[in-house]
Design a protein around this ligand. Sequence first.
Ligand code: HEM
Ligand code: SF4
Length: 546
Amino acid sequence: MYVYDDFDRAFVAERNRQFRDQVARRIDGSLTEDEFKPLRLMNGLYLQLHAYMLRVAVPYGTLNPGQLRALAAIADRWDKGYGHVTTRQNMQFNWPRLTDVPDMLDALAEVGLHAIQTSGNTIRNVTSDPFAGAAADEIADPRPYAELIRQWSTDHPEFQFLPRKFKVAVTGSPDDRAVTKAHDIGLRMVAPDMFEVIVGGGLGRTPMIGKVLRDRLPAADLLPYLEAVVGTYNLLGRRDNKFKARIKITVHENGLETVRDLVEARFAEIAPGFDAAATQAHLARLKRMFAPPALGAAGDLPYQAARGADPVFRAWADTNLHPHRDSGHAIVTISLKAHGATPGDVTADQMRCIADLAERLGHGEIRFSHEQNIVLPHVARADLPALHKALKGQGLATANVGLVSDIIACPGMDYCALATARSIPVAQQIARRVEALKIEHDIGPLKIKISGCINACGHHHVGHIGILGLDRAGVENYQITLGGDGSQDAVLGERTGPGFAHDQIVPAVERILHTYLALRTGPGETFLHTWRRIGLAPFKEALYAA
Ligand code: HEM
Ligand code: SF4
């Protein structure tokens, strides 16, 4: 895990000192809201529908127990006792008072966290695989590279005023758990120290799947190459229309070949100014900081016994565990999607419970996932029954990871000033309904993703079932897309037809689920496979006939 050095500490302390002064000037009236806005956004402070919102970066989703406890303390002291895990591995606090924000930032700095570049037209929090450093299918841990990019991009003078926000995701596994193809730049490791560079993906108003800009980029060239890509975008990206300002539009309007030629030319020009040997040496140092924990040998008798004796444990183990590279260990996903709960919300008590469990049973490692869950990447199989029991005590043992009720939902109209419809209640109602019907384990892997407006914070375009809330003459209307996929085979969902009213959206989803159950070849065929085999027509029939 990366630990701040003196430079990092001094840098964040100075930023916090500056911001404290800016907040004081806003409060005494010497700064207007218009003058204050760009300053607060540079420090992750938004103005939402009802209150300010502070977005804290969790770089590549990695936290230690002390950091999670600090987030819990902030939630208790300066917010309403909970935090919200987002789709970009951030934690959002929805109710801070402006006067408290400088103290909140200082409390974060004490544990090596901050809110810098979580907003504004800059390179945002670099995201990664929540299973990084643990996954059985991993080529290498992507986090040292993500940290390298974070250090390079933080306060980079050339990239503080890009045409628009810029998002980078890195994965070290062929199984893409970081949605790299829906990012401005996606870096996919293809061999140790070798990346495929994907560019121009993104959701929002004009959703696009990223395209391969370079199929092999040695890690030593990462920084000059990224600088060439972002520099090219900075010059070429549209600034006349904010809706056309993302790099996906730059690539679309200029063509991949033109962008590639410009990037390669710029790369050739600037690469000699970068010290590749120094980058390699720095990477080696970062890799040592992310050294895997020493995993003791562990028998899994208690695990097998609990599986045999306790069906509740078995159901949880079947959905919430993923293969670890060490067969005596497992990756545990803690669902923040109890049926009827707000997706991604976690209370301060739950945070403290997870921090304690990570310390006791998880080698001190915690991750936030883009699916709005929390992951303990290294748990001995023998400890899983004890872990499950402790999680149950905090309402954190919902056995639904990857299932219908493990829904991503943006804040929507409950919080967001840009929303055109509610998202959270739709997610809650779907989850309650599938629980009442007792069908979600039968349905198997199925991802529902919901956004409250076209900005697509809830990733609806890449949901197997995507739901987009819109405003139709003052009435909430929900449009459905099917067949989207955010994995390595990323594809955008297909619109089914006219949208549904708020009280009709859950029955509509139910009809989709029953159609799938009736038409699949058997329990082994996932929703996505059935969709690919039978296409839109039967679902359309079920949704609109009547
Ligand atoms: C203050 C609340 C928020 C505001 C004002 C906001 C604003 C926006 C806007 C304007 C976009 C569209 C950007 C574009 O494509 O040009 C966007 C996209 C996005 N936002 Fe948010 N958002 C908010 C909250 C969230 C939350 C809570 C999450 C996570 C749960 C989130 C994650 C994302 C993601 C993943 C995208 C997709 C962008 C892409 O792929 O290009 N946002 N947001
Ligand atoms: S998708 Fe729209 S409603 Fe939802 S959080 Fe993003 S901007 Fe707000």
